[in-house]
Design a protein around this ligand. Structure first.
Ligand code: MSP
Length: 525
């Protein structure tokens, strides 16, 4: 039976244009999904759009269109982005879909039947921009003396009939759950942040609104629509077919040994690490395995904002630098979980030094040598020297290292582990100097070329989740069949056969020219 793995992105608000922040989360999830598939897992990968709430209602009204018209147009932008980024999601959910409304209402009824929903009156502060309630004590004064939320969003006083979820009662069960599952929230700093927040006490949560109607109607009382976060969080089980608890729910949301990982930005952990597990516990449904909170990107040292107009369009980056180049850079540049800065100099630098010079050249040099001097036939190896053994051993040990880092969602560590071998292989070329051996010791030359080919085969197989198109080209050039590219084919047992004919090599990772004027290396790369 295959092992299951479920990975989700947050669902994106449709009132924003896709930017590098969205691309980041989605690419990270895609890398994980691809890695797990190559490692033999049955993977479900979900992304989508979050389409309800006051904010969307207001944005549509401002434009003079219906909320659904706005959602249709903007949801498509995120779907298109997923395509541009080469994302391998199995489902794209929209919270306006019938299946989702059905799932939300079923979850609501289940909570109601469990005595977890009561009706009362809500009076308090609400920030439409954040779709979040705030306590008086959390507010500060803005530039004009008005009250603002900790995020800087304006707040309004809301007083209306509302349904409540008794979040306060779940304080201790949540703390007990965190204690028993210290890996539920990662990285550790976010775990600590949530733990102390919950320890500080929880207020009951208003979970319906009557002031607007753009939302999922509360069953039996359609004057109320559900609070947008209860609606949004439910998407993770809607996609699995909830309320039907067989099928994908049984596989990807199992009663024990959870397999779901939610990747989110650090700004939305309270919803994912406090509300979501509390709703699930209250509904007597299983919990996901982990919420991983990544950091935020600034751009050329500045916070991205609408007013600065500096949000970076990922489509432009793909066009300018190439898709795999962007995917590599974004996962390599900052340790996953930390904040980081996006700069054009940094992406150009990594493309040239790491992809073109280090990895691209490693493959290109020996492959074109074989093409030119050996009629493209991969030579048979002879007896291995200690240097050969060391390099091959480091290739054979790579999968375990990558797996271990991937278990922690430490993408940068996976890349670094691979690059340790890239650097070792380049050092090996320098020391062995196979080009010089052609005249002096062709037998030894054959072995060196073979060891290099086998090394690049390992590197290319393992780097696939990050740079799928380029890795595929590299594997094509080594004549590795498409059916022999999963992690099960790593190691000696599936080593390349000497004597096979290799196709004519072409460069896989071109250099990027002057970042301002240079040609697009991604085109055709
Ligand atoms: N709709 C909610 C999520 C509901 S999930 C049940 C939402 N949407 S969002 O579109 O505002 O944000 C989606 C994700 O983009 C968040 O995880 C957020 O952290 C991320 N990012 C937004 N700006 C970002 C950066 N500048 N850098 C990195 N990620 C950023 O929240």
């Amino acid at each position: 039976m295959s092992k299951a793995f479920y990975i989700t992105t947050p669902i994106y608000y449709v009132n924003d244009k896709p930017h590098i922040g969205h691309a980041y989360t989605t690419i990270a999830c895609d890398v994980l999904a691809r890695f797990k598939r190559l490692d033999g897992y049955e993977v479900k990968f979900l992304t989508g759009t979050d389409e309800h709430g006051q904010k969307v209602g207001k944005a549509a009204a401002d434009k003079g269109i219906t909320p659904l018209e706005l959602c249709d147009a903007n949801s498509q932008n995120f779907r298109d982005l997923a395509k541009t980024l080469g994302i391998s999601n199995n489902d794209f959910i929209r919270t306006t879909e019938e299946r989702h409304i059905k799932a939300c209402q079923a979850l609501w009824q289940r909570l109601e039947q469990a005595g977890e929903i009561t009706i009362g009156k809500y009076a308090g502060w609400y920030a439409v921009r954040d779709e979040a309630f705030y306590d008086e004590g959390e507010l500060t004064k803005g530039p004009n003396g008005e009250k603002i939320a900790p995020t800087g969003a304006p707040v309004e006083w809301v007083k209306e009939e509302s349904y409540f979820f008794p979040l306060s009662k779940w304080q201790q069960p949540l703390l007990d759950f965190y204690d028993a599952n210290p890996d539920f929230i990662a990285p550790k700093s976010r775990f600590n942040e949530i733990y102390s927040f919950v320890k500080g006490g929880l207020n009951d949560l208003s979970i319906s609104r009557t002031a607007f109607s753009w939302g999922v109607p509360v069953p039996g009382n359609p004057k109320h629509v559900m609070y947008v976060w209860i609606d949004a969080l439910t998407n993770y089980i809607t996609s699995l077919g909830y309320p039907d608890e067989s099928g994908e729910m049984a596989t990807f949301w199992p009663k024990s040994d959870p397999v779901a990982i939610h990747v989110v930005g650090k700004d939305i952990i309270r919803f994912h690490c406090v509300y979501w597990p509390a709703f699930l516990m209250a509904a007597k449904l299983p919990l996901p395995r982990r919420v991983f909170a990544h950091g935020w990107w600034t751009v050329e040292g500045q916070k991205m904002s609408k007013s600065l107009g500096n949000a970076i369009d990922p489509n432009m980056l793909v066009e300018k630098y190439g898709l795999d180049q962007l995917r590599y850079f974004i996962m390599r540049e900052i340790p996953f979980g930390n904040d980081g800065d996006f700069s054009e100099a940094a992406i150009a630098g990594r493309i040239n030094s790491e992809l073109a010079n280090a990895f691209g050249n490693l493959a290109q040099r020996f492959l074109s040598f074989i093409g030119k001097n050996l009629e493209g036939v991969l030579p048979e190896p002879n007896a291995y020297t200690a240097d050969d053994e060391v390099l091959l051993k480091s290739c054979h040990g790579l999968l375990d290292q990558c797996r271990e880092a991937m278990e922690r969602q430490a993408f940068h560590d996976v890349i670094e582990a691979i690059w340790v071998v890239v650097r070792a292989a380049n050092g090996y070329v320098d020391v062995q100097a196979p080009w010089a051996l052609r005249k002096t010791d062709p037998v030894r030359m054959n072995t060196v070329l073979y060891v290099l080919a086998e090394t690049v085969r390992h590197l290319a197989i393992l780097i696939q989740p990050f740079v799928p198109t380029s890795a595929a080209k590299m594997l094509d050039q080594l004549a590795v069949p498409e059916t022999a590219r999963s992690f099960g084919f790593l190691g000696e047992a599936h080593a390349l056969k000497g004597g096979i004919k290799l196709p004519t090599p072409t460069g896989v990772f071109p250099r990027y020219g002057d970042p301002k004027a240079g040609p697009n290396p991604g085109k055709g790369a």
